[in-house]
Design a protein around this ligand. Structure first.
Ligand code: BMA
Length: 334
């Protein structure tokens, strides 16, 4: 009797080289760490402070279901977190009615020209999510600009420098034809125009069909803006949030240079697969190590905790060179 020959491992296996490595201490922050009573903590913006410590501006959901933002600081970005004893930025619906149902999912950009951090976040209004902006020097007092993109819009970050004299904001308006990433320009951070489509959700069975959005703020590299974005796959048992990668032109950021086909990070660990919302990895921030290459990605896991994964600029670019293609070519293939 002949025994059928086994297929080689590479064909049978579903193994792939992970591009983002989960920290063994994950999840690094949960509701149990909080100095006051909360439901959950997730989706944190991240930045390095002047003294080299890490600041996370965390989305905290209270036990009514409404979110506010709370700062956590750590010397090494992994443990020893000093968490503000009370909320750092609360919704102010009296002055800002668009914040009636809370503020969510902050992204932080340090802007050298302003010597300030610009925080963009979702304000949950009666008409749905909109985009709000605030400036801060220290994450203790904030100058609020109010809503800058009306509902339904979210998943926003500011680029750290002007492009051709204008500030540039990436955001994700909802349209009848899908949820795509757009970029808009402003002379003063208040008035926005010159709206351009930046990256389209794919269609059909793709992992990033119909709904995508920016994840952390773009990373400026010598080859372009490196962008992590999330794709939302609707399945009969709920949504699957995964992460993809694309590269955009430095001086024309609406121009996509490379876009990967497969996702690079998805819910696998127990704390990502089970929570208030199952199967969600949702990064809103990263920090860069002094080597200028290692990236610490902070992500919300299953809308319940904050976790950390590490990667590097060179490995992300290498992966895009091997697995990415030009957006224009893809469009014609759709
Ligand atoms: C998105 C946002 C995120 C959340 C995710 C999964 O639309 O609201 O804040 O983590 O859904 O619930």
């Amino acid at each position: 009797m002949t025994i059928p020959t086994q297929k080689p491992m590479s064909v049978l296996s579903t193994q792939y080289e992970p591009l983002l490595l989960r920290h063994p201490a994950n999840p690094i922050l949960t509701s149990k760490d909080w100095p006051y009573s909360i439901n959950s903590v997730f989706n944190a913006g991240a930045t390095l402070l002047a003294d080299g410590s890490t600041l996370l501006l965390c989305r905290v959901e209270d036990r009514r279901g409404l979110s506010h933002l709370c700062a956590a600081r750590s010397q090494n970005g992994v443990d020893g977190w000093q968490i503000d004893s009370e909320p750092t930025l609360m919704p102010s619906p009296k002055e800002y009615p668009e914040e009636i149902w809370g503020i969510e999912d902050p992204r932080i950009t340090f802007v050298p020209e302003l010597q300030q951090y610009v925080v963009t976040y979702t304000s949950y209004s009666r008409s749905g999510p909109g985009v709000s902006l605030a400036l801060t020097k220290d994450f203790r007092s904030f100058e609020r600009y109010g809503v800058i993109m009306p509902p339904d819009d979210k998943d926003t970050a500011l680029l750290p420098r002007r492009i051709d004299g204008y500030w540039a904001l990436i955001h994700r308006p909802m349209t009848k034809l899908g949820a795509h990433m757009w970029i808009s320009y402003s002379p003063d951070l208040r008035h926005w125009g010159r709206h351009r489509l930046m990256l389209e959700a794919r269609r059909g069975a793709w992992w990033d069909a119909n709904k995508i959005g920016l994840s952390p703020p773009p990373i400026e590299t010598s080859r372009g803006w490196l962008v992590f974005y999330h794709g939302v796959r609707h399945t009969p048992s709920g949504c699957l949030y995964r992460l993809g990668l694309a590269l955009f032109d430095l001086e024309q950021p609406e121009k996509c240079l490379l876009r990967g086909d497969s996702w690079i990070f998805g819910p696998e660990a127990e704390y990502e697969r089970r929570g208030d919302v199952n199967d969600v990895v949702f990064p809103c921030g990263y920090t860069m190590n002094p080597d200028g290459d290692t990236i610490n990605v902070y992500y919300g896991a299953a809308d319940c905790s904050i976790a950390l994964a590490r990667t590097s600029v060179h490995s992300l670019l290498e992966w895009l060179d091997a697995n990415g293609s030009c957006e224009r070519r893809q469009r014609t293939e759709l």
